[in-house]
Write a protein that binds this ligand. Structure first.
Ligand SMILES: [Zn+2]
Ligand SMILES: [Zn+2]
Length: 121
């Protein structure tokens, strides 16, 4: 998924927007051309950037070129989290949760996750 996707993703459980992203692995998708289009409601890339002065925020090119391969989406409202695996955000309602996938994710990345992620087995 791209940073740009966070401009539209809502929590499947409580419909909260925006979701917070925690990036573990990302890569720049080079060789492709993207028509730079600014994020409209929420820009995850620039929110995460610590030095805004160094970034051209007139476009959201980075938001469309960086691919987030592994990470986590966090809903600050209901405190649920969602894994991003192989570039795909696993966004299911709590009734359809795939705990097997989540456990696998935690085994792989558990030590790289933020403290605010409450991990229950
Ligand atoms: Zn953006
Ligand atoms: Zn939520």
């Amino acid at each position: 998924m791209k940073y740009r996707d966070l401009d539209v993703l809502v929590c499947p459980d409580c419909k909260n927007f925006p979701l917070k992203v925690w990036v573990i692995e990302k890569e720049k998708d080079v060789g492709k051309f993207f028509a730079a289009r600014r994020c409209e409601k929420y820009c995850a890339f620039h929110v995460l950037s610590s030095n805004l002065a160094e970034i051209d925020i007139s476009t959201c090119e980075e938001c469309q070129t960086y691919e987030i391969n592994a990470g986590l989406l966090l809903c600050e409202e209901c405190k649920r989290w969602y894994p991003i695996l192989e570039g795909i955000p696993i966004l299911f309602k709590s009734t359809q949760r795939n705990t097997k996938v989540e456990r696998e994710f935690l085994r792989k990345y558990g030590d790289k996750l933020p403290k605010e992620v409450k991990v229950e087995e």
